[in-house]
Design a protein around this ligand. Structure first.
Ligand SMILES: Cc1cc2nc3c(=O)[nH]c(=O)nc-3n(C[C@H](O)[C@H](O)[C@H](O)COP(=O)(O)O)c2cc1C
Length: 343
């Protein structure tokens, strides 16, 4: 951790987590608008560019969804070293999310519990915001979901309207059907529901491809709480359905790894250091089913360059980070990217 981030963190961690988040994002937006970032932090050198899903990633480290829920700090995040940035989750209509407090730090475990519930300005605004980014030369992913009030039977309509709205602006689109904070969302991970959703989205993707003259890859983001038969079933669906990529994993509803912690009882998804092994197990299981047919972005618990390497060893082609970025700051991103280059 850099000395500058140590000081910033000691101030930010005195605030409640959501206020600290809002202050940090406002800081990033200000830095972006004032154009100081290119001077203070030049775009990171292209350490290990990777060609995947028809895209060129300047390095293997990306920002996981949920930090930039509005899509208005993409340039700044690029300057901090991320080779790819996933914004969202966006839903068709804006929504406020769950009542506060809904974000909790477990500082001694470098973990976070969140039950944000897809607070976001809606996909249209997300696209407008992302279009104002001027010098990001990494890969931009849009993460899409359904509104809380949309019943699961109509969930496909929500994903379809998000897909159409962001298709032209996105380098890839991630379908989030694994957040634990929208009631019933994870039921869409059942084999039948997933097959229907994938088929609907692939059909629309084909139409949009001929309209736009460009194929935007679709990725599905899975939970770490799947059992082996579920992994096998979903792998079959993904292979048969021609999915382009997978993100493994989202946050966990398990508390095994933080048992006894005073915050362990908070409802929501657990992320950060304690998630690493569980998330790597699921990544490994999907990789052993899918081989290299469907590339996997590994997310969950990466807190060091060695953790990032463990994702690659478990079968990931790329790695995403969220929680450890909060605890350790931007130095971690460049360290991880450089380390993966040496593998
Ligand atoms: C506060 C918070 C909000 C999140 N919001 C989203 C979200 O909106 N959509 C999503 O797909 N994942 C979301 N995630 C999950 C992350 O993208 C990531 O999959 C998970 O945190 C595991 O990575 P980590 O251990 O590096 O944090 C969120 C995570 C956190 C901590």
């Amino acid at each position: 951790m850099s000395a500058a981030y140590r000081i910033a963190r000691s101030l930010l961690f005195r605030l409640d987590p959501e206020t600290a988040h809002n202050v940090s994002m406002a800081g990033l937006r200000m830095a972006e608008r004032s154009r100081v970032l290119p001077l203070a932090l030049p775009q990171p050198e292209c350490v290990a560019p990777v060609e995947l899903m028809g895209l060129r990633f300047p390095n293997r480290i990306g920002l996981a969804a949920g930090l930039d829920k509005e899509g208005n700090t993409v340039d700044a995040l690029g300057h901090l070293g991320f080779g790819f940035v996933e914004i969202g989750t966006f839903t068709p209509r804006p929504q406020a999310g769950n009542p506060k407090p809904r974000l909790f730090r477990l500082v001694d475990r470098e973990a976070i519990i969140n039950r944000m519930g897809f607070n976001n300005p809606g996909i249209e605004e997300g696209v407008r915001n992302a279009r104002t980014s001027r010098d990001f030369d990494g890969v931009l992913g849009f993460n899409i979901g359904k509104n809380k009030t949309t019943p699961n039977e109509q969930a496909a309509d929500d994903y379809l309207s998000c897909l159409r709205a962001c298709y032209a602006a996105a380098d890839y689109i991630a379908v989030n059907f694994s957040s634990p904070n929208t009631p019933g969302l994870r039921d869409l991970q059942s084999e039948d529901s997933c097959a229907r959703l994938l088929e609907t989205l692939k059909r629309e993707q084909e139409k949009l491809e001929s309209e736009h003259g460009r194929k935007v890859p679709l990725l599905f983001k899975v939970a770490p709480d799947l059992d082996p038969p579920q992994v096998a079933g979903l792998s079959r669906v993904f292979r048969d359905g021609g999915l382009e990529g997978l993100i493994a994993t989202n946050t966990t509803i398990s508390r095994e790894e933080v048992e006894g912690h005073p915050r362990a009882g908070e409802a929501g998804g657990l992320s950060g250091r304690p998630l690493l092994e569980k998330s790597n197990d699921i990544l490994r299981a999907f990789h052993s089913e899918l081989g290299h047919a469907i590339p996997i972005i590994g997310a969950g618990g990466v807190s060091s360059p060695e953790d990032a390497a463990s994702k690659i060893r478990a079968g990931a082609s790329l790695v995403q980070i969220y929680s450890a970025f909060i605890f350790q700051g931007p130095a971690l991103i460049r360290d991880c990217a450089r380390h993966l280059d040496t593998l």
